[in-house]
Design a protein around this ligand. Structure first.
Ligand code: FAD
Length: 643
């Protein structure tokens, strides 16, 4: 067996063998290692509940609020009068006039500074705008956020030279852009990247194939990640480039179709000997993943915005439908089983919005490093948004499964509950799948431990390094462990200014210390092998997410006018979140992880293939597959005019 035949070790186009360890090294090298500002999330995982970092709730200045509200009003009017959401769903296409209208409104430049012809909106209002357009059709939110959260403007804003900004940002404010990282063999693991950028003297020649390029089919400019080969005197590595879509050698080969987001222009793009001038490189050679990850540090907040909008709409439909639909002598909402779902949907919509608002205000305030909070918000909102949509479908009964068009055709209100479920599903996969978010956040959660004790568990560290680390770790843990024994949460009077919510904040403080203790037990027990205990780490991260969400819910309620109903929602959300948190704590040590590992190995070793007998596999058998292969081409028009 060659190395490339072994699981997890394959050769990429530049001839490198990529093992699991190398994949991790590439991810580690792209990680931002410095913490220049305080981090609420990092402290939370260390057992230090720093409420002072998020309370009082940050608030944007009056000018940015006015600018944001003025834009939102124009956007709302356009959405209500000019966009037909059901038509986008039916046709699988965002009409050109909608793109043109959004361009005229300035929507493609929401996050671009005014000095480069953008609107210069705050993160708070950018997210509100995404939430609004996504409620008309989520493909609109996906188009705007693929362009602005990860597409050309954001990496340029963070890493571009002044000349690059002047050249491209005004164009980005009026045109669609895209971000091209994924390849057929490169999903969560960029170390395997095949696309190459070969130096030519005055620039590079790009070769490779990029998959699932949201906006890629219609983009004016794209950011492309490609490997510059390492050679004598050249650092090489994954590098980011701004590329003109009209460059010779670029072909959009296919427009992909999905279970949801049916209007997005997402394709497969092939690069063949595409010349890119040196001036188009963003940052240095080898910095590409750092560019991508740093862009996502805040860029990740757009998916929570979309998921929050979806949960808010679910709350509306759940209320209207469950109050009106009568079965067994009462509105279905009055049956306890349905009532529980309504309570879950309403409380979660509140909690998600609280988390989104707090993270976005923190992003604008720039007082804290919010990379952990934004990642937690993405993870939590995509998972909870999915559960909310699923519960709405259940509450709607058979109508939850029926399409909006079908409902309308037989004279009922066309409520697209099944569509929400389909559209929500991808949020758990792209911009960092849930599994990858767990690993990424867990890495940050254990960062302090690794920096003081990493050499003790590093198999490559020599005895001297291990001894030095043992001394340092001894000093750190002698100081840190006693801080986990007691804290403000143990005092009945703490957080009194939060009134009925004070008890929840005391719980968060206690749970934060308990979380840190459990993380420490995990590290002590598994040491260097902890990174393979992904389900343990996933639960640690999920507890952190619940604690952050509870903190956000309480802090948000506290800033609302007295006598309002926000406190009731925050209280209900925290009650539910505490139950989930306790379940997660229990499952840290009482679970079926060990037997599941054995079973998964058995499944992968074909031990139980008899279990699959008695069914057919439509993806490899039957005449319908042959029909699809030989049938007429349904290729859409890939080059629609934009702008
Ligand atoms: C509609 C849509 C739009 C997209 N838009 C873009 C875009 O604009 N630009 C772009 O570059 N990409 C885009 N993508 C790609 C998207 O980001 C990837 O699908 C995502 O990164 C996951 O990669 P993958 O699908 O190859 O899954 P894989 O990486 O093959 O993963 C398969 C499964 O294994 C899990 N997994 C993988 N590695 C690990 C690990 N180390 N530990 C634990 N679990 C692991 C994953 O979580 C997943 O469940 C888009 C995809 C879709 C479907």
């Amino acid at each position: 067996m060659t190395t490339a035949d072994q699981p997890g070790a394959t050769a990429n186009q530049t001839g490198q063998q990529v093992s699991e360890q190398q994949a991790r090294q590439v991810a580690e090298a792209a990680r931002e290692t410095q913490w220049r500002k305080p981090s609420f999330g990092k402290e939370l995982f260390l057992g230090r509940f720093r409420l002072d970092l998020v309370h009082p709730h940050p608030r944007g200045d009056a000018a940015s609020v006015d600018r944001g509200e003025e834009f939102l009003a124009r956007l709302r009017h356009f959405c209500q009068t000019e966009i037909d959401g059901p038509a986008i769903e039916r046709d699988g296409l965002i009409p050109d006039e909608v793109v043109k209208g959004l361009t005229e409104l300035g929507a493609f430049g929401m996050k671009i500074d005014t000095e480069y012809d953008g609107l210069g909106l705050s993160q708070v209002y950018y997210n509100k705008a995404l939430m609004l357009v996504s409620s008309v059709h989520p493909s609109l939110g996906a188009m705007l956020s693929a362009h602005q959260s990860i597409g050309v403007p954001q990496p340029l804003k963070m890493f571009g030279t002044e000349e690059q900004k002047r050249t491209w940002l005004p164009r980005c404010a009026r045109n669609i852009t895209a971000f091209l990282l994924t390849e057929p063999d490169v999903g969560s693991d960029p170390a395997r990247m095949h696309a190459t950028a070969t130096p030519t003297g005055d620039g590079y020649l790009l070769d490779g194939v990029k998959l699932w390029t949201t906006n890629g089919v219609v983009a004016d400019l794209v950011v492309v990640m490609a490997q510059v080969p390492r050679e004598e005197g050249r650092r090489g590595g994954i590098t980011a480039f701004v590329v003109e879509s009209s460059s010779p050698g670029i072909t959009v080969e296919h427009r992909n179709a999905f279970m949801g987001l049916r209007g997005i222009e997402n394709g497969v793009t092939r690069f063949h000997q595409v010349h890119v001038p040196e001036a188009n490189r963003i940052g240095k050679e080898g910095q590409g993943l750092k560019v991508a990850l740093s862009t996502l540090n805040v860029g990740r907040l757009s998916l929570p915005a979309v998921s929050t909008g979806s949960a808010k709409w679910c709350a509306k439909i759940a209320r209207e439908w469950s109050g009106a639909r009568v079965q067994w002598g009462r509105p279905v909402g009055q049956h306890e089983a349905v009532g529980g779902k309504i309570a879950f949907i309403a409380a979660t919509a509140y909690g998600l919005e609280a988390m989104l608002e707090l993270s976005s205000e923190m992003a604008d305030e720039e007082r804290n490093d919010i990379r952990i909070e934004a990642a937690l918000a993405k993870l939590y909102a995509s998972e909870m948004g999915w559960l909310v949509a699923d519960e709405l479908v259940q509450i709607r009964g058979g109508r939850g499964f029926e399409t909006a068009d079908s409902l309308a055709a037989r004279g009922e209100r066309g409520v697209p509950a099944e569509q929400v479920l389909r559209d929500q599903r991808i949020n758990r996969i792209f911009e960092g799948s849930t599994e990858i978010m767990h690993l990424l956040i867990a890495r940050e959660a254990v960062d302090t431990h690794l920096s003081v004790a990493g050499d003790i568990i590093d198999p490559e560290a020599d005895l001297n390094r291990k001894a030095r680390a043992a001394v340092e770790a001894g000093k750190f843990y002698a100081r840190w462990l006693p801080t986990l024994v007691t804290g403000k949460g143990a005092l009945k009077t703490s957080f009194g200014e939060f009134g009925p919510l004070a008890g929840h904040l005391r719980y968060v403080e206690r749970a934060s210390r308990r979380l840190a203790r459990n993380t420490f037990y995990g590290m002590s027990r598994w040491q260097g092998k902890l990174e393979h205990r992904q389900r343990f780490l996933g639960r640690i991260v999920d507890i952190g997410a619940e604690l952050f969400a509870m903190s956000a819910a309480c802090v948000r309620a506290q800033r609302e006018p007295e006598g309002g109903t926000a406190t009731e929602l925050a209280d209900a959300f925290c009650q539910q979140a505490r139950v989930r948190t306790e379940e997660l704590f229990a499952r840290l040590w009482t679970n079926s992880d060990a037997s599941d590992r054995t079973l998964a190995r058995g499944v992968l070793d074909d031990r139980y293939t008899w279990l699959e007998e008695g069914v057919l596999d439509p993806s490899i058998a039957g005449p319908w597959v042959a029909d699809q292969i030989t049938g007429p081409s349904t290729k859409p028009n890939l080059h629609r005019a934009v702008g």
